[in-house]
Design a protein around this ligand. Structure first.
Ligand code: ADP
Length: 629
């Protein structure tokens, strides 16, 4: 009798019972049909060797036979199915005694699905291992207790790695901590990480040998629950070194830039202070004098003004090169600007017998520019066109819209023109070409400055010229819309009552000039002077002036420092102060105004402008007092 429980219909394991003497199948259960590809009825009586068509001895019949029918259990092998594909099976052979007969019971279980999973998981592990090893970072994975689950080879080279003994994170960490500069903070961090399995953080640690490691740690999760922790160590020493080198280079560049700025500020102050006296007194003599004196005053004024222009040009160019020239870009009316320039150059043109022709634009023409600097650029082109013209020549100024949407302002002359070889050298500083070097007054700065200004305003410059015919120089600047021109000029009320003005200035000539101007133009102003900052503060406390004029470079302190000290005394806190300086760099002016100065006057002083500012600020103070009363 065949043990029926072995042949259960419900069993997923295929079971064959073989008679070892006849080597034929005497029983088979239904599961054999799908595993072996034969119907159950076909199998009964079939020689077992018929099934052994596979690569391997699938049912070990050979083994069973040669071993004298021995039992074999749980062996895996591959079997080729009737339909040709391969099936993994797990087999067991048992010998069962039945009525003095020994039968072989062969059970086989299809394990192809789990084999596939096994293969898949082996492939995934190989991929993971290759990925882990391919990174330049050290990677380590622990469970929640800190037992190391996985790590890559790089990790073992980044810190002292112990291969013997316990493989826990804390154990491996012991030597690593000794390498760190701040061992305590690292310890605290690691404790916090193992305390809270959800922390995802990154920290940078410096080693005693100067290396810098960025350590990041994140939770290792399975089905949304943390099951461990992943550490990744990235060596950022090279990055940190290059950052430090960049910082050093930037600091050096800033220092050099500051040195340039200081030099510009110093030169500006040193050159303008004596000119302040020269131009100021020349204006006084010109205004007061009679006959020869007035003429001589005029000469000094003119020559001084020329010197000031040269100094301004050189300092402007230096400022641009030092990146210190700030522009105030706004919508500028080109026709008005050209009109002003023509007016200013009319005298020069008349002197040289040159006719100026102006072709105003037919449509409104506004460009995006710094109005003052645009005038400077145009004046340079127009005065060149006059200077380098022939007798009875002419200069035409016109505007034209160009395809890229900009406006081109052209200055054409009927001069001698510029040879092609010389044209290449134009627009670079100190390059004067042709005969002009000796015959016409100039510095060779104007065109270079014009080009740099145009570039700063997102524009371009250009020229064309023909010998004996003339030249055309042009500036192209982006078009803009017309500005809002609501009136904002408030008329200044005339105040005849007496006022006290204190001027803190170490340059005696500048003091005298201001005294002279005020004595003549504003006799109702009482004028006091002090030569140092401290003297000035003491005098201000005593006389409580209505206005303080404060030079920015005093022997004992800067004007800003004295201003701050004046702010600390109740008696002088509300006294308006005007800064006076030969330094015209925009950032210095802005700094002073930001500090609280009411205005900033540049030396050499434009007398009318200076008086206007003084009057305006004194009257504002009076209004403020009246509004308080
Ligand atoms: P400066 O006029 O002070 O010499 P610029 O930089 O304005 O300096 O001009 C540089 C040179 O270009 C001049 O010295 C002159 O040789 C040449 N140049 C400029 N404009 C003209 C012009 N319209 N016609 C002929 N030559 C010119």
């Amino acid at each position: 009798m065949i043990p029926t429980h072995l042949l259960s219909d419900f069993c997923a394991t295929a079971i064959l019972v073989v008679d070892p003497t006849t080597e034929t199948i005497v029983a088979a259960n239904p599961a054999c049909e799908s595993l072996l590809g034969y119907r159950q009825s076909q199998l009964i009586g079939m020689p077992i060797s018929t099934i052994e068509v596979g690569l391997q001895d699938v049912f070990f019949w050979e083994d069973v036979r040669s071993a004298g029918a021995q039992e074999i259990s749980q062996v895996e092998s591959e079997y080729r199915h009737q339909n040709g594909h391969f099936v993994y099976v797990n087999k067991t052979v048992r010998l069962v005694k039945q009525d003095a007969q020994t039968l072989c019971v062969i059970s086989a279980h299809d394990i192809s699905a789990s084999k596939r999973l096994e293969d898949e998981s082996a492939r995934t592990s190989a991929l993971l291992a290759a990925t882990l090893e391919s990174t330049i970072d050290g990677i380590l994975v622990t469970n929640l207790d800190g037992h190391i689950i996985n790590y890559n080879h790089r990790m073992t080279t980044m810190w002292p790695w112990r291969h013997e003994g316990e493989q826990t994170f804390h154990h491996q960490l012991a030597d690593f901590k000794d390498l760190l500069e701040d061992r305590a903070s690292f310890e605290r961090w690691v404790t916090a990480l193992f305390h809270d399995p959800y922390i995802d953080e990154q920290k940078t640690f410096t080693l005693r040998d100067g290396k810098v490691f960025e350590v990041s740690s994140c939770p290792l999760q399975y089905r949304d629950a943390p099951i461990g922790r992943l550490f990744c160590i990235h060596d950022i020493s090279a990055l940190k070194a290059s950052e430090a080198a960049l910082r050093e280079a930037r600091d050096q560049a800033q220092q050099a830039n500051k040195a340039k700025s200081d030099f510009l500020a110093h030169m500006s102050h040193e050159l303008r202070t004596p000119l302040n006296a020269i131009l100021g007194f020349a204006q006084v003599i010109e205004a007061d004098g009679q006959g020869d004196n007035q003429i001589l005053g005029g000469y000094i004024h003119k020559a001084g003004q020329h010197l000031l222009d040269l100094i301004n040009e050189v300092l402007d160019l230096a400022s641009i090169e030092a990146g210190k020239l700030a522009l105030r870009l706004e919508s500028v009316d080109v026709s008005a600007c050209i009109h002003d320039c023509v007016e200013l150059t009319q005298v020069l043109a008349k002197e040289k017998g040159i006719a100026l022709h102006l072709s105003p634009p037919t449509i409104p023409c506004f460009i995006w520019a710094d109005a003052r600097r645009l005038k400077q650029m145009l004046l340079n082109l127009i005065s060149n066109a006059i200077k380098y013209n022939r007798a009875d020549g002419s200069v035409s100024i016109s505007t034209q819209r160009v395809p890229n949407g900009s406006w081109r302002i052209k200055v054409e002359d009927t001069g001698l023109g510029i040879a092609e070889a010389d044209q290449q050298r134009l627009f670079t500083a100190f390059n004067r070409v042709g005969n002009s070097q000796t015959s016409v007054e100039g510095t060779g700065i104007g065109l270079a400055f014009t080009k740099k200004l145009a570039q700063m305003m997102q524009g371009t410059v250009g020229m064309s010229s023909e010998l004996a015919v003339g030249s055309c120089f042009w500036i192209e600047l982006p078009a803009a819309v017309a500005p809002d021109l609501s009136p904002n000029i408030v008329p200044i009320a005339q105040d005849e009552s007496s006022r006290t003005v204190l001027y803190i200035e170490d340059d005696l000539l500048s003091q005298k000039l201001m005294q002279n101007i005020l004595a003549k133009q504003r006799p109702n102003y009482h004028f006091f002077t002090a030569q140092t900052g401290q003297e000035g503060i003491a005098l201000a406390m005593q006389i409580a002036p209505d206005l303080i004029l404060l030079d920015q470079q005093l022997p004992d302190a800067t004007g800003s420092m004295i201003f701050e000290q004046l702010q600390q005394h109740e008696r002088t806190r509300h006294t308006p102060c005007i800064a006076l300086s030969g330094n015209t760099l925009p950032e210095q002016i802005n700094d002073a105004l930001r500090l609280g100065f009411s205005a900033y006057l540049s030396k050499p002083l434009q007398i009318s402008q200076a008086l206007l500012t003084i009057d305006q600020i004194i009257s504002q103070k009076r209004d403020a007092i009246y509004s308080k009363v």
